[in-house]
Design a protein around this ligand. Structure first.
Ligand code: SF4
Length: 203
């Protein structure tokens, strides 16, 4: 029997969307390197789900049971920006709080677009950007981004998110190479919430 891909899963009273396994980085700490997923869900997609399949699956869920719906999963949701916008509009129209977890490379993916404004217009409430490091050299070592200037472009995007009225959050992974107090200071400077995430793999 064919295994059905997990495109929507629940945990902590939230609903999580796993819409792609593609990414603009190859982080050394990525879950993909040591696991197939989280909370017992296998998040490796055999096939990237079509927008219509995601909406259809969401339609069968009692959304009001959940605190928020989060774009996350085993990949970078913004590689599917137009679908993220469409799903966000659909969820916002149903009164849901929508959050995006992102590595924050929107300005490299879509240099011609105003992604922060587009997300705000669609109804995105929270954007959690993976800050991941206190400086560019550490960032490049830990995140192995596929494009140059990813650290500065990520910070630019974060600034635009903050200006757009969307709540900004920065996250870092609790690794020895990361200067957490310095990252906390960067978060303060950007008026962002700050969250330190645990690491489940080997150091
Ligand atoms: S940005 Fe996220 S999905 Fe992409 S490699 Fe890093 S940890 Fe993995």
């Amino acid at each position: 029997m064919d295994k059905k891909d997990t495109i929507i899963y629940e945990a902590h009273g939230n609903l999580y969307l796993n819409i792609t396994n593609r990414c603009t980085s190859e982080c050394v700490f990525c879950i993909k390197r040591y696991s197939d997923g989280v909370y017992g869900y296998n998040l490796r997609l055999v096939k990237e789900p079509a927008l219509s399949d995601i909406i259809k699956e969401l339609s069968n869920i009692e959304l009001q049971k959940y605190n928020e719906v989060v774009f996350t999963g085993l990949g970078e949701p913004l590689v599917r920006l137009d679908d993220v916008l469409e799903i966000t509009r659909w969820l916002s129209a149903r009164g849901m709080i929508v959050r995006l977890d992102t590595i924050g490379h929107a300005k490299l993916l879509y240099p011609e677009r105003k992604v922060a404004e587009e997300l705000a217009d669609a109804g995105m409430k929270i954007v959690s950007v993976s800050l991941n490091a206190h400086d560019e050299e550490t960032y490049n070592r830990l995140c192995v981004p596929k494009s140059k200037n990813s650290y500065s472009k990520m910070l630019e995007f974060a600034r635009e998110i903050s200006k757009s009225g969307i709540e900004l959050r920065f996250t870092v992974v609790n690794l020895p190479a990361v200067n957490i107090p310095e990252c906390r200071e960067i978060a303060k400077e950007y008026c962002a919430d700050f969250k330190v995430r645990g690491y489940g793999g080997q150091i």
